[in-house]
Design a protein around this ligand. Structure first.
Ligand SMILES: Cc1cc2nc3c(=O)[nH]c(=O)nc-3n(C[C@H](O)[C@H](O)[C@H](O)COP(=O)(O)OP(=O)(O)OC[C@H]3O[C@@H](n4cnc5c(N)ncnc54)[C@H](O)[C@@H]3O)c2cc1C
Length: 413
């Protein structure tokens, strides 16, 4: 890790990235591996240590094939596999109000699996391990104080570091992005009035390498396959029940999870740390300005029921890297608005489609005992037997929409 060396001269980079979460670290790596001089500012230094008895973390991601490709191309996949990752081969989605069910199986769709469930901490650590090799200069624990854009450059004033100057500033600092606020970029948002409680649990019955999702009037409940008889849960509740769910005694917690899952995997026999998050859809009104780009949750957050958030963020990272490396090769200026607009045009449409699809799901599955119940009872069984439709759905979910950025394509052996 680079230590602070305060001097009169500003630190100079081609690109400076604020936020070293999964998306910021992927952006930094992709650019540095392409020969760009990158600085990365992260508020909290992540813990890269690992032991096989590491307790299961509450935050996990279901990674698509596109994300797997990105992480393989960035040489971070090995670090993930060395720690902990679990491939799932099926998904079972069903709803309470009727017998309606839709199932996806990797084998019948000619896929080796339908994705991997990986703890966020594992993904971040595997990316960080590669940062030094790629030559990224990392600064941890320094507060960004102010920001200005002047003379075709972004200027950051950073506590303990002084000024940092770069052709391009990338905001990868999450849903409450300070960069987005300081740059004066507005936000469209919608409060789902729901929260998600997450954590890992051991169940009596095996998960069969399957992700299970039950829809009920209150919101969905999901089991994501992790390890032998261990699954990560996502339990969606009205937001006013968040504290209640966090405060449940161990015995009551297990009993409530059994109820919420309809006992699909039997009793809960062990639990690990739980965490809960209120859910809000956010979309930055602009992803770019001259000398500035936003990626990942800094640009958009969506309802996590289909597990797409970080997958969209990694596609942002891969696309920005693609656009910038092509611009570099063509001798264009990395902070140029016209260059950055290529990234925005490429990603914004996709992100809007996925956000809206999640809204559609939410609307359809919020029971009103009327037309929506009937619609679901017709649509789900129909979708379940329509193989071309299922194939198309899984292709979109696993690979993303064409054209794909280079990093999201299958790595060459
Ligand atoms: C309950 C839940 C379940 C989810 N499940 C899934 C799933 O299954 N699949 C999926 O794809 N997505 C899922 N998501 C979404 C996913 O977690 C996010 O999209 C993802 O974490 C965003 O990554 P990011 O790197 O953009 O932001 P973050 O993970 O928020 O990282 C931002 C980083 O910036 C740092 N930072 C913040 N401010 C500053 C600052 N001022 N200076 C320096 N550093 C700063 C932070 O310390 C952090 O490291 C889920 C979300 C929730 C809430």
């Amino acid at each position: 890790m680079t230590q602070a060396t305060h001097s009169q001269d500003p630190l100079k980079f081609d690109v400076v990235i604020v936020g070293g979460g999964m998306v910021g670290a992927a952006t930094a790596l992709g650019l540095a591996q392409g020969g760009v001089k990158v600085g990365l500012l992260e508020r909290a230094e992540p813990d890269l240590s690992w032991s096989d008895s590491e307790p299961y973390q509450p935050r996990v991601s279901a990674l698509t094939r596109a994300s797997e490709n990105i992480l393989r191309n960035l040489k971070a996949w090995q670090g993930i596999e060395q720690r902990r990752a679990h491939a799932f081969v099926a998904m079972r989605i069903w709803e309470d109000a009727s017998d309606a069910e839709i199932n996806f199986d990797a084998a019948s769709l000619n896929e080796p699996n339908l994705g991997y469930v990986v703890e966020n901490q594992v993904i971040q650590a595997a990316l960080w391990e590669q940062l030094q090799t790629a030559g990224v200069q990392v600064f941890c624990g320094h507060n960004l104080q102010s920001l200005r854009f002047d003379n075709h450059q972004a200027w950051l004033s950073v506590e303990g570091l002084g000024d940092i100057q770069a052709s391009l500033l990338v905001g990868a600092d999450g849903a409450f992005s300070q960069v987005r606020t300081l740059a004066g970029i507005g936000l469209d948002q919608h409060d789902y009035a729901q929260c998600a409680l997450v954590g890992c649990v051991r169940t009596q019955a095996p998960h069969q390498d399957t992700c299970w999702q039950r829809y009920q009037a209150n919101g969905p409940f999901a089991y994501l396959a992790m390890d032998e008889n261990v699954s990560s849960i996502a339990w969606y509740l009205p937001v006013e029940k968040m504290q209640w769910a966090l405060d449940l005694s161990e015995e009551d917690y297990r009993a409530e999870l059994f109820k919420a899952s309809d006992g699909r995997l039997g009793d809960i026999t062990q639990t690990w740390q739980r965490a809960a998050f209120p859910l809000t859809r956010r979309h930055a009104q602009q992803y770019v300005k001259p000398n500035l780009a936003l990626v990942g949750d800094a640009a958009h957050t969506i309802h996590p029921q289909a597990g797409q958030g970080v997958n969209l963020g990694l596609l942002d990272a891969a696309t920005l890297v693609d656009v910038l490396l092509q611009a570099k090769q063509a001798g264009e200026y990395l902070g140029d608005h016209a260059v950055l607009r290529r990234y925005e045009r490429w990603r914004k449409g996709d992100n809007v489609i996925v956000q809206r699809a999640m809204e559609g799901f939410d609307w359809l599955f919020k029971s009103d005992h009327g037309i929506k119940d009937q619609l679901r009872q017709v649509l789900l069984p129909l979708a379940n037997v329509a193989k071309p439709l299922k194939n198309w759905l899984i292709q979109q979910a696993l690979y993303g929409r064409n054209p794909l950025p280079a990093l999201a394509k299958k790595p060459r052996r």
